[in-house]
Design a binder for this molecule. Structure first.
Ligand code: HEM
Length: 202
């Protein structure tokens, strides 16, 4: 079986650093958000530890995502074929490939997820900084921040649950791409046909 490179080491490193920081920030954020979920803080070293580390995890998450953003923002621009792909995404969800345009390196669903995650991370970071340094921000800004922070966290969490499902269960072979950096030619041809032809010249 022949393999081709899908993600470089730098792409995989920034992805997994952002994923780890995201998971830590998400679980500790849930612990800080609701008294019913405060028990989660016990898993991560207790209330004080969680309160101290949650903003740092959020900051490192945003930095790692920023690295991914710089690398991929150009490739993630939606084109006309992506619009067609999106209009037929119900077929994609049923595993019916006829009539769906071949994807480049990323399909339109992945591109939408990228923009959704980037936008929610931006709002999470801005509101998070305000909550982190309350003495610096005026009261009105603090009030907006405490609403925006959990709202964008919820959007981000739902997106990541979908992303996790797609990349671990719905599309077998994806994990190999993000762990070893390589995919089989067959996988590339069937999931990202346009990209496969660009890379191999066939
Ligand atoms: C929580 C555990 C996560 C797992 C198991 C996971 C898994 C994966 C896998 C397997 C791919 C490669 C897909 C392909 O080759 O087409 C991927 C791509 C990607 N991941 Fe993740 N990921 C996780 C978390 C995250 C987080 C937290 C972010 C950022 C907010 C993120 C952003 C991306 C992006 C932008 C891509 C490229 C486009 C895409 O495939 O959607 N991932 N991920």
């Amino acid at each position: 079986m022949k393999f081709i490179e899908r993600f470089s080491f730098a792409e995989r490193a920034s992805h997994w650093i952002s994923a780890l920081c995201f998971l830590y920030a998400a679980f500790t954020g849930l612990a800080l958000w609701s008294p019913r979920l405060f028990w989660l803080s016990g898993v991560f070293g207790g209330g004080e530890t969680v309160r101290a580390w949650h903003p740092w995890a959020g900051l490192f998450f945003a930095i790692a995502l920023g690295v991914m953003f710089r690398r991929w923002a150009k490739e993630m621009q939606l084109d006309e074929e992506d619009q067609v792909w999106l209009s037929k995404s119900a077929l994609y969800a049923q595993n019916i490939e006829e009539g769906i345009p071949e994807s480049g390196r990323f399909n339109a669903g992945q591109k939408m997820m990228f923009w959704l995650q980037s936008a929610s991370a931006f709002f999470l970071l801005l509101s998070g900084v305000v909550i982190w340094f309350p003495e610096v921000a005026p009261r009105s800004l603090r009030l907006i921040a405490v609403l925006v922070h959990p709202a964008s966290a919820a959007v981000s969490l739902v997106g990541i649950i979908v992303h996790f499902y797609m990349s671990t269960m719905a599309v077998p072979g994806s994990m190999g791409a993000m762990v070893r950096g390589k995919v089989s030619e067959g996988w590339a041809r069937s999931h990202h046909g346009k990209w496969y032809r660009e890379v191999t010249g066939r």
